[in-house]
Design a protein around this ligand. Structure first.
Ligand SMILES: Nc1ncnc2c1ncn2[C@@H]1O[C@H](COP(=O)(O)OP(=O)(O)O)[C@@H](O)[C@H]1O
Ligand SMILES: [Mg+2]
Length: 237
């Protein structure tokens, strides 16, 4: 089995969408070790809807949309990192972290410590919007200080060539491409008052081109814009 970890500089930057593209491209299985918040879809549900690939059950599925340690405490649970070893699967496992790197799992360890323990290659997702140079360089430094093997940075958003180049120069890191913004990734059926739309998508899915299918727009954009060869080499595929 090979595993690859997808992390990011922050929450809501597109890690889950990137993970879905990667999971589809590698015919992989997706795993979210800790899901905090289950308002509409979980990250596992989004990845399966967009990639058409299976997701494993989360290690911890918590209600409160907060840092994992706080979501866990709200339910009287303590996250035990010993239960979060990378699961064995046939083929490739794509594991997505929560928030950023310095997110606590409990009162003792950070997500970053868990990633270092796993030892699997890491892709750092970064937005292209203002502020990203600082966040991305700090995240790279943290990953390297912890001994993680960084495959490169994958950007998400509108093109900002000078910014992307600056990050890769200062960070001495590979540019794995930039996933542009893609229309139609949302699950319309997860929004309220869409009874008619739901009827138009038997099986209750959209954002995928077919019920139970995957998003061909995402799969195509990923193939066009992301350097899959470098990622495959990092996991010896
Ligand atoms: N490449 C993209 N194209 C269109 N929408 C995107 C893209 N990446 C992320 N989004 C949207 O931005 C929001 C946050 O993305 P998500 O992947 O869930 O972020 P994260 O996992 O980092 O919290 C979601 O609504 C998602 O659909
Ligand atoms: Mg996510």
């Amino acid at each position: 089995m090979s595993a690859i970890v997808v992390t990011g500089t922050d929450t809501e930057i597109g890690k889950t969408v990137f993970s879905a593209g990667l999971t589809a491209a590698l015919n992989a299985t997706y795993w979210k070790p800790v899901q905090s918040g289950q308002e509409e879809e979980t990250d596992s549900q989004i990845v399966t809807r967009l990639s058409g690939r299976p997701s494993l059950p989360e290690g911890y599925l918590l209600q409160l949309p907060a840092s994992p340690h706080l979501s866990a405490e709200a339910e009287g649970v303590t996250i035990d990192p010993d239960t979060l070893d990378l699961p064995q699967v046939d083929g490739v496992l794509v594991a997505e972290g929560a928030g950023g790197l310095m997110v606590p799992l409990n009162r003792e360890i950070l997500y970053l410590d868990l990633m270092a323990r796993w030892g699997a290659p890491v892709i750092l997702c970064a937005r292209t919007k203002l502020g990203t140079i600082n966040h991305t360089l700090l995240s790279l430094q943290a990953l390297r200080n912890a001994g993680c093997n960084v495959v490169g940075v994958a950007f998400i958003g509108e093109s900002e060539e000078a910014v992307e180049k600056t990050i890769c120069q200062f960070g001495k890191v590979a540019h794995l491409g930039r996933l542009p913004m893609i229309n139609g990734l949302h699950n319309e059926t997860a929004a309220p008052d869409l009874g008619e739309v739901q009827g138009a998508f038997p099986g209750g899915r959209s954002g995928a081109d077919q019920p139970g299918g995957r998003s061909e727009a995402l799969v195509e954009a990923f193939a066009k814009h992301i350097d899959l060869d470098t990622i495959k080499k990092a996991i010896q595929l």
